[in-house]
Design a protein around this ligand. Structure first.
Ligand SMILES: [Zn+2]
Ligand SMILES: [Zn+2]
Length: 104
């Protein structure tokens, strides 16, 4: 298999794979993120298979007017369409913010 890396921390070695119906469920033993590896993820915009996993925050408005991260999901960023986003994600390794935040 090719370059699998944890989308949250970048770990490439301490990964456990387990086959499931829609791909392979991967658990990172370093940060305990789990995600399903789509056997052939592609970019929704250009159709390129050259994509890389990243963690995206799921944000909800909690009581009061605070926004808090309630969960994370794995998304795929295209190495050409999302090049800038991907470059900054590789450096920060912090969850991407949703495109639209809940309005206050
Ligand atoms: Zn990890
Ligand atoms: Zn693309």
């Amino acid at each position: 298999m090719v370059d699998i890396a944890c989308p949250a921390c970048g770990e490439q070695d301490e990964l456990l794979g387990e086959p499931v119906d829609d791909g392979i469920k991967i658990t990172c033993e370093t940060c305990e993120t789990t995600w399903t590896r789509d056997p052939s993820p592609t970019c929704k915009r250009c159709g390129s298979p050259d994509v890389e996993g990243a963690i995206k925050a799921v944000i909800e408005k909690s009581r009061g007017s605070q926004l808090s991260i309630v969960a994370t999901q794995v998304v795929h960023l295209c190495r050409s369409c999302d090049a800038e986003l991907l470059a900054s994600y590789r450096i920060s390794r912090s969850p991407l913010m949703p495109d639209q935040l809940p309005t206050l």
